[in-house]
Write a protein that binds this ligand. Structure first.
Ligand SMILES: [Zn+2]
Length: 327
């Protein structure tokens, strides 16, 4: 395994709270947490979260009294308990009609906020967004079609039909994302909708009955015609759009002739390590969202390659490859 001594983890990973998985099943314990004077609530409105811009971006957590005055808190979703015993909850604010408004606060996409706040807090955004979205999409039983009801602080929905009683659990969809190398080159690809000059590592959803290694080899073969031998795990990243878990790997190519699947990719190509290093350095210095950059912004002397920003696990895979000693 390559040395990763400066890799501090991916954005949306690093959740510091105790999820209290056993305690949250107890309705009395949960009610006490909701009513605790220290409890903090994050309203999620249209899957966006409230952010105060001044003096630096920070999430707006509501107190219990703020929340009761402004929101229906019949179904709070427990995010977890911190070291000091403070419970944190997410609330689906869409039921309120208009978003609860606060002076100096805007509702923002979590991927826009996450790189600018503390790592542990960004991780809560992934948890909150995925769970609120899941509840909104799973109001009916997949077995019998009856209404489902939230249970266990938001980690179960139970069918209300007594003769069915099916329990439904929040889903996480594994995605493999891999940097495939061959000597001093790595394989990158682009979708049609990417900005001009922008390439990333290949990626794809895992399928049932498939190991991580098998999914890496299958996806790379399908998209590029490249065969992969050894596969090594690097790191993972929750990606709450709506509920993916990105599983980052390195793959060792055993062939080099690319055949692009035009249904999946617009282009795929091998790029030299030096070119990737330049692109990584450039996007790190600019600190932009992975997909907000375009070649046009670069002006004269268009760069050879544009790559995802640091918040994307694709960036971290590339960084680990071009700086194997963590420089
Ligand atoms: Zn049912």
């Amino acid at each position: 395994m390559q040395a990763l001594n400066t890799f501090e983890g991916n954005v949306f990973a690093g959740n510091l709270l105790d999820r209290a998985g056993n305690l949250r099943r107890n309705p009395d314990w949960l009610a006490a947490q909701v009513c605790a004077p220290t409890a903090r609530f994050l309203p999620v409105w249209q899957l966006k979260v409230p952010v105060a811009a001044d003096p630096s971006p920070s999430l707006l957590w509501l107190s219990a009294s703020d929340t009761i005055a402004r929101l229906d808190i019949a179904n709070p979703i427990l995010l977890g308990i911190d070291d000091g015993g403070i419970p944190y909850f997410a609330l689906d604010a869409d039921a309120c009609g208009a978003p609860p408004s606060f002076a100096g606060v805007d509702y923002q996409e979590v991927r826009a906020v996450a790189p600018n706040i503390a790592r542990g807090e960004a991780a809560l955004l992934a948890q909150a967004r995925s769970l609120v979205d899941w509840h909104q999409r799973h109001g009916f039983c997949a077995v019998c079609g009856s209404v489902t009801q939230m249970r266990d602080a938001g980690y179960v929905r139970r069918c209300s039909n007594m003769s069915c009683g099916a329990q439904h659990f929040p889903r996480t969809d594994p995605v493999v994302i891999m940097l495939v190398q061959r000597g001093d080159q790595c394989l990158v690809g682009r979708q049609k909708w990417f900005p001009a000059g922008f390439y990333s590592t290949l990626a794809g959803f895992m399928e049932p009955g498939e190991s991580i290694e098998e999914a890496v080899r299958r996806e790379v073969w399908e998209e590029s015609g490249i065969e992969v031998g050894e596969v090594r795990y690097h790191s993972s990243q929750p990606w709450p759009y709506p509920s993916s878990l990105m599983i980052g790997c390195f793959g060792e190519a055993t062939t080099d002739q690319i055949t692009v699947d035009k249904l999946e990719l617009e282009d795929a190509r091998w790029v030299d390590r030096d070119v990737v290093r330049l692109a990584i350095d450039r996007v790190t210095a600019r600190a932009v969202d992975p997909f907000s950059q375009s070649g046009a912004e670069e002006g004269p002397g268009e760069p050879e390659l544009l790559v995802p920003a640091p918040m994307a696990i694709a960036h971290q895979l590339m960084r680990s490859w071009v700086y194997p000693n963590g420089t």
